[in-house]
Design a protein around this ligand. Sequence first.
Ligand code: SIN
Ligand code: CO
Length: 389
Amino acid sequence: MTSNTPLQLLGGISVQQFLREYWQKKPLLIRQAIPDFQSPISPDELAGLSLEEEVESRLVLEHGEHPWELRRGPFAEDTYQNLPKRDWTLLVQAVDQFVPEVAELLEHFRFLPNWRIDDIMISYAAPGGGVGPHYDNYDVFLLQGYGKRRWRIGQMCDSESPLLEHADLKILADFAGTDEWVLEPGDMLYLPPRLAHFGTAEDECMTISVGFRAPSASEVLTHFTDFLAQFIPDEDRYSDADLTQQDDPYQIQSDALVRLKKLLAEHMGDERLLLTWFGQFMTEPKYPELVAGPDIDENELLNALEDGAVLVRNPSSRLAWSEIDLGLLLFASGQSRLLPAELRDLLKLICSADALHQDNLGQWLGNDEARTLLLELVKQGSLELADEE
Ligand code: SIN
Ligand code: CO
């Protein structure tokens, strides 16, 4: 498949056209993006997940006295028995980390960088349910999983857009609708960041949101400079060996600014450190407590593989790789490793394979660096040993 092959998932346009005309720019409604689509999770299973301690879930209720109410999970069985018949929504975060069939949906989005994907959030709404008009700072594909949902889209927003007074929910005070559609299972709506939208359940329905992530400029600056600072010795300071006498000793002259800009540029311009930081930052797990590995040794790992065990990615971990002048970097769950260029195919395999086993690892198991790397990833919890595929 090339980037100009028409794709059903994108409504018959190519990846190239989608990226050029829609991505981060304007919404796209796609009827039957996935034909005959059957949700990989049922409403009952979704409600079941919301009872689990490690799962992040919310309930949004809309009712007379307090128009919008937010409750945070985990919930109890009786929570659902006591809910009204209408006008509420259950939202469950990162369902891809808990239900492999949901994670498989991400295969449809391989035309975008994997490290831009945040998670798959799934909502279940009783008739009339919705979370109110709002905007998100991220791109999202809203895939209708079950039942019908009416989506209305409106104006572009930003942090100045007026919101209703609510401690926890960011609901827009004004919504200027421009278009609306009723989505049925398999239909999908792509929304660029900051576009106002408002979904309401026509009947009992489920919506699968494939959400993306993009660090804010402020996050990039604060996190990168914190990271950089660890490598800068104390004696590396503002310096002015070129100082000449100035007229007024109280004035901060423009030459001080020139020296400061030079100092910043020297450090901020370090591409190796910038890439190392970025890869670590973008692969930090959403729930770090779910990434922990066993204390095993190389022999135990090799024996297990020999006995037919497979290595699978921990669904809560994130992996990415990159090239630098010195070799390759593998990023796994917030950590980076510098590796020789010969390991390129192994890194690609580790990042993309459903499972690693003796067959696809083949000759890599005879390579010391490759074995050490696999062992480290297992001990760190990014890869997990499983009995079979
Ligand atoms: C929902 O599925 O109800 C909300 C998704 C969204 O608007 O981001
Ligand atoms: Co939204």
